[in-house]
Design a protein around this ligand. Structure first.
Ligand code: HEM
Ligand SMILES: *[C@@H]1O[C@H](CO)[C@@H](O)[C@H](O)[C@H]1NC(C)=O
Ligand SMILES: *[C@@H]1O[C@H](CO)[C@@H](O)[C@H](O)[C@H]1NC(C)=O
Ligand SMILES: *[C@@H]1O[C@H](CO)[C@@H](O)[C@H](O)[C@H]1NC(C)=O
Ligand SMILES: *[C@@H]1O[C@H](CO)[C@@H](O)[C@H](O)[C@H]1NC(C)=O
Length: 332
């Protein structure tokens, strides 16, 4: 009883300590004195990762979206499950899909070697996602803390399905103060990377329960997709999200206009009136796309949980697993 009280009171003081550092203000160059080579180190490791596997840049860019939408950009998506905490890695949108966590680990290791426990995992995701485009460059705001907790349930509740239509996506993005233009521009991230047959078979064979394919798909493209993803085939087979899946460009939008969007959530941006004008605009003007994409990534990066945080030593685990495992409510 006594020992337990002491434990709780120590935990509580740690908790309030973390509370005070929980309030953060993001700014560019946050590590310029504490870890001057932080940003160049991230860039170097990203370059190595890209040379090893070109797709990893897409996978890393996606991590920002899946981290920031679930309780803010706090590295929660990077936490492994523990016996008492179901994290986000096995959530509906992430299981057998979200990847390249090892690249984040490599960046963290390189940063721990030069400035131990200075750079947060949440900031690593933001810097790495910026470097991943290989196209437009921008200044990122930094100074985030890492969460003490991850929530599979929250991820399941929040992250959109590839079946979603544009109006559902607008509603979701609006909740995060992201505009229709932000939604379309950020979806342009699908200019790189791949998705599984699992994410599209319903639209190839049974769109909205009709027993028919999505009529918005360009017929020759549908034949290609049918071949790649036959009914009853391996759901883990992957296809390219646009016609130039290793180049970050506006090809994705040209494909949408031509009925060659891979996911339903992609194609619907063109078929719905509210989003179409932005798709058309970006399909015609790559620099307008880049500008809007940068704006969207910065706005998405501004999402914070307002909860206490820390600088993790290892992006996969909190620094004192006992505190949050034994008394889960203390994690907040
Ligand atoms: C608008 C709603 C969105 C939906 C419904 C959506 C859905 C998906 C799905 C289903 C996949 C493929 C998963 C799989 O089959 O394994 C995917 C991949 C991807 N998503 Fe999204 N996404 C959305 C927005 C975003 C945003 C905002 C970003 C980043 C800014 C993003 C970046 C990516 C990237 C880069 C990939 C390819 C990853 C890889 O190759 O590993 N997505 N997305
Ligand atoms: C879009 O999706 C929402 C949610 O699934 C649904 O309620 C709505 O009817 C759909 N809108 C249209 C026009 O299909
Ligand atoms: C959206 O903006 C409003 C008003 O500025 C703010 O109160 C709210 O917290 C923001 N929501 C998110 C998710 O950032
Ligand atoms: C298509 O979807 C509907 C509604 O979800 C379902 O009732 C039907 O059995 C499905 N058809 C096929 C062929 O899978
Ligand atoms: C994909 O592969 C994983 C791991 O081998 C397996 O558990 C899962 O069921 C497969 N998913 C689909 C949709 O086939």
């Amino acid at each position: 009883m006594m020992a337990k009280n002491i434990f709780i009171s120590i935990s509580l003081s740690i908790f309030f300590l973390q509370m005070t550092i929980g309030e953060v203000e993001l700014r560019p160059g946050f590590y310029s004195t504490s870890c001057p080579n932080a940003e160049s180190t991230v860039r170097d490791v990203m370059r190595v990762a890209m040379n090893r596997e070109i797709r990893s840049v897409a996978s890393v860019m996606r991590l920002q979206f899946h981290d920031c939408f679930v309780n803010g950009c706090d590295g929660s998506v990077l936490l492994d499950d523990t016996p008492t905490m179901l994290g986000e890695k096995l959530a509906l949108s992430n299981i057998n899909s979200l990847r390249s966590f090892e690249v984040i680990d490599e960046i963290k290791e390189a940063l721990e070697n030069i400035c131990p426990q200075v750079v947060s995992c949440a900031d690593i995701v933001i810097m790495a996602a910026r470097d991943a485009s290989g196209g437009p460059d921008w200044e990122v705001k930094l100074g985030r803390k890492d969460s003490l907790f991850a929530s599979q349930e929250d991820s399941n509740d929040i992250m959109p399905s590839p079946r979603a239509n544009a109006s559902a996506l607008i509603d979701l993005f609006t909740k995060f103060n992201l505009s229709v233009e932000d939604l379309v521009a950020l979806s342009g991230s699908h200019s790189i990377g791949k998705a599984r047959c699992f994410s599209i078979v319903f639209r190839l064979y049974n769109q909205s329960g009709s027993g028919k394919p999505d009529p918005a798909i360009d017929p020759p493209y549908r034949m290609e997709l049918d071949k790649l993803c036959p009914l009853g085939g391996d759901g883990n087979v992957t296809g390219d999200l646009d016609a130039t899946p290793i180049i970050f460009d506006n090809q994705y939008f040209k494909d949408l206009v031509a009925g060659r969007g891979f996911l339903n959530s992609d194609e619907t941006l063109y078929t719905f009136e509210e989003t179409r004008k932005w798709v058309v605009k970006y399909s015609e003007d790559q620099s307008a796309f880049f500008k809007a994409f940068i704006k969207g990534m910065i706005k998405m990066g501004d999402l914070l949980s307002g909860r206490p945080g820390e600088i993790r030593k290892n992006c996969r685990v909190v620094n004192s697993p006992k505190i949050s495992e034994n008394i889960p409510w203390l994690a907040y």
